[in-house]
Design a protein around this ligand. Structure first.
Ligand SMILES: Cc1cc2nc3c(=O)[nH]c(=O)nc-3n(C[C@H](O)[C@H](O)[C@H](O)COP(=O)(O)OP(=O)(O)OC[C@H]3O[C@@H](n4cnc5c(N)ncnc54)[C@H](O)[C@@H]3O)c2cc1C
Length: 303
């Protein structure tokens, strides 16, 4: 990352919240469940599947984790009532991982049970490397009882191929992505080209071992590798899906769907939109630059 981009990122927390809010509209469906439902209805109409994410992470109060469980239960109920083509994604630290692994497991289990009853599916997002082993353990324990739960694997982690080989002794369901957290070189690949190579290697290994894979990327080079692997393994459309984030490179999404592949859009919503949007902006300093420019124009009004 260039020095200029680093400076842009450094200044981001100084940008007034109401300006960041304008940009949040691109990445976050809204603050309420109804906003997410409306967004998913629009996506479904265009032929995209969706996964809803209730924004929130690093919860330190047990009571708050229970509230998130309740929220996820009503999300699942609403998806069912509204007949949406949509599942849910959740974060272990939102559901208590920083308090205790047992609490987190129990909380996620309640959500997975409800999803099972409604014939739906739960994806466990992967957070920073301090959470990797405990998240995998929770997934393994859940997977012993439920087939409607899946895990995320990050291509930038050196350990991921070993995790994948271990997990694919059983039938598994993964989302593979590059990984979003800042990790030390000791445990994570830093070279973007190598991360792409590892993504392709993990994807091919998982698919050959009959796992279902959500291929989560907006990088056309990775999409190209995925299409090559899908073709070479002669896979059916039901054996995999592409996944992208709400508001990112819709043209690439349309190209993927037009070519006959399934694509799921990750739709976050909730009151805790600020942390999520700041992370997105840090990932993409070009957009962050627009936010900072907006500081010096009168285009945005506080709402
Ligand atoms: C559905 C989905 C779920 C994810 N779940 C997780 C998870 O559980 N754990 C985790 O660590 N990471 C997760 N990620 C994030 C992922 O790890 C990457 O950080 C992110 O997708 C960027 O990598 P990329 O493959 O798109 O390639 P990049 O090379 O980073 O991006 C390719 C292109 O897309 C643009 N782009 C990428 N992301 C954004 C963005 N947010 N806003 C604007 N433009 C963007 C870039 O500018 C670039 O032009 C998820 C991503 C997706 C799509």
């Amino acid at each position: 990352m260039s020095l200029f981009n680093k400076v842009v990122i450094l200044f981001m927390p100084l940008v007034p919240k109401f300006i960041v809010r304008q940009f949040s509209k691109r990445y976050v469906a809204g603050a309420r469940l109804k906003d997410a439902v409306d967004a998913v209805k629009r996506l479904n109409k265009r032929g995209f599947m969706a996964t809803m994410d209730v924004l929130g992470e690093s919860t330190t109060e047990e009571k708050r984790t229970r509230e998130y469980v309740e929220e996820y239960l009503s999300v699942l109920q609403t998806i069912d009532q509204e007949e949406l083509d949509c599942n849910v994604s959740l974060k272990p630290t939102q559901l208590g991982l920083l308090i205790s692994a047992d609490l987190c497991y129990e909380n996620i289990k309640i959500i997975v049970e409800k999803a099972k009853a409604l014939n739906n599916f739960v994806r466990i997002d992967m957070e920073d490397s301090s959470c990797t082993s405990s998240t995998i353990d929770i997934y393994k324990k859940l997977r012993e009882q439920f087939d409607n739960v899946g895990l995320v694997l990050q291509a930038y982690l050196r350990r991921t191929i070993d995790d994948l080989l271990d997990l694919t002794t059983q039938k598994s369901n993964f989302r593979i992505c590059k990984g979003i957290y800042v990790e030390p070189r000791f445990i994570a690949y830093k070279d973007p080209h190598l991360i792409n190579e590892n993504f392709a290697y993990l994807l091919e290994t998982a698919l050959k071992r009959k796992s279902y894979v959500g291929i989560a990327t907006h990088d056309e080079k990775v999409v190209w590798h995925a299409l090559r692997i899908i073709e070479q393994l002669n896979l059916r459309k039901e054996d995999y899906e592409f996944q992208m984030l709400y508001g990112v490179d819709e043209l690439l999404g349309a190209i993927i769907v037009k070519a006959g592949h399934r694509l799921r859009i990750y739709v976050p919503y909730g009151k805790e939109w600020y942390a999520y949007v700041m992370r997105r902006l840090k990932e993409n300093p070009t957009i962050a630059m627009y936010v900072i420019k907006a500081l010096f124009t009168k285009k945005y009004k506080e709402d």
